[in-house]
Ligand binder design. Structure first.
Ligand SMILES: Cc1cc2nc3c(=O)[nH]c(=O)nc-3n(C[C@H](O)[C@H](O)[C@H](O)COP(=O)(O)OP(=O)(O)OC[C@H]3O[C@@H](n4cnc5c(N)ncnc54)[C@H](O)[C@@H]3O)c2cc1C
Ligand SMILES: NC(=O)c1ccc[n+]([C@@H]2O[C@H](COP(=O)([O-])OP(=O)(O)OC[C@H]3O[C@@H](n4cnc5c(N)ncnc54)[C@H](OP(=O)(O)O)[C@@H]3O)[C@@H](O)[C@H]2O)c1
Length: 274
């Protein structure tokens, strides 16, 4: 280090763009439960993504970036970024991220990616967004996308959690989209929300896999059983749910889509296996 550099005060503002990351400022934080919170940040104008994608985000710890994959919960036309996060006890990132406050800096990787994108799905009538836990995050982005309402007659957001309180983010999200000045009319007509808790009493009590297999989901929303001719499915949840839902769809003749070969469903892990 040169003498000039050594003499520089440590509080010198860091450049907003540092290598592979943008440095964004936290603009809001909302606590949902002792395990869940959401936050918003500024958004660099150069940061572009497709609704449903994720980026590596995190904090600078001991001068080095500590990053994890996070789905953007805001849509690609929003001026801000929103993330919905777990708090893992002793988790390297979230044991720190859970304490962020307005004005703090969050690193946001400049290369978003992911499989939960419309371009990997063939055209269809109904779009099912099947999620558990924080797996709802990419679908918060998808249901804020006006193009999705043009593409489908119905958009069905399914969210399964252990506890009723863990469903609140989804309820707030859907209420906000239905009340939105621009999207509201379309959303009130086309957006259906099916929330369920598995470890507490709930009107839709039970796993989302069971709701599909028993047909309870379809009778509740007034739709025919899942079929690849008309239905498109996006899945995001824990590792076990993904396997079960994938098997359930493949048994019904659904095929996984990708960028090169669009199909009738797409899938992404909401968190890595331990
Ligand atoms: C493609 C992708 C997208 C993701 N998007 C999100 C997101 O939008 N929001 C989010 O909170 N997390 C998301 N994750 C998980 C995230 O990357 C981190 O694992 C999480 O922030 C915890 O980080 P950590 O360093 O505290 O603990 P880690 O060491 O990363 O995780 C420790 C353990 O905690 C459990 N765990 C981690 N994340 C979750 C979770 N989200 N829900 C339930 N259990 C979990 C797992 O058992 C994991 O092995 C995503 C992961 C992937 C692969
Ligand atoms: N949620 C909590 O209060 C809590 C508290 C402390 C620690 N943790 C730990 O955090 C991790 C993630 O917990 P989480 O609650 O976010 O996610 P999770 O365990 O994946 O549960 C989320 C929802 O998915 C359901 N589910 C799980 N496996 C399924 C499958 N194969 N098919 C269909 N549905 C399935 C669960 O139902 P079931 O309830 O029937 O499993 C629950 O409704 C776990 O390792 C857990 O031990 C969670």
């Amino acid at each position: 280090m040169t003498n000039a550099a050594a003499a520089r005060p440590t509080a010198v503002a860091q450049p907003k763009k540092a290598g592979a990351f943008n440095r964004e400022t936290v603009t809001g934080v909302r606590q949902y439960t002792d395990r869940l919170f959401s936050f918003t940040t500024t958004r660099d104008a150069s940061f572009r993504f497709e609704n449903g994608q994720f980026a590596m985000i995190g904090l600078e710890v001991d001068g080095r970036p500590l990053l994890r994959a996070y789905s953007m919960a805001s849509s690609n036309y929003d001026e801000h970024l929103e993330f919905y996060s777990i708090k893992v006890e002793n988790g390297p990132l979230t044991s720190r991220l859970r304490h962020i406050a307005v004005g703090d800096t969050v690193l946001v990787g400049r290369k978003p990616t992911g499989t939960l994108v419309q371009s990997s799905l063939l055209p269809g009538k109904r779009l099912y967004l099947l999620s558990t836990g924080t797996g709802i995050a990419p679908f918060a982005s998808v249901i804020r996308d006006p193009a999705v309402y043009e593409r489908y007659d119905r958009i069905v957001l399914v969210h399964g959690c252990r506890h009723v309180a863990e469903l609140q983010y989804g309820h707030d999200l859907v209420a906000a989209v239905r009340a939105d000045e621009y999207l509201g009319d379309e959303a009130r007509e086309k957006l259906v929300h099916y929330a369920t808790a598995t470890r507490e009493a709930h009107v839709n009590h039970g796993r989302i896999t069971a709701a599909i297999e028993t047909g309870r989901l379809f009778s509740a929303i007034g739709a025919p059983d899942l079929a690849p001719a008309d239905d498109r499915v996006m899945i995001c949840g824990g590792p076990d749910v993904l396997v079960d839902l994938q098997n359930l769809l493949e048994a019904r003749g659904f095929t996984e889509g990708s960028g090169g070969a669009p199909g009738s469903y797409v899938i992404e892990k909401a968190f890595a296996e331990r």
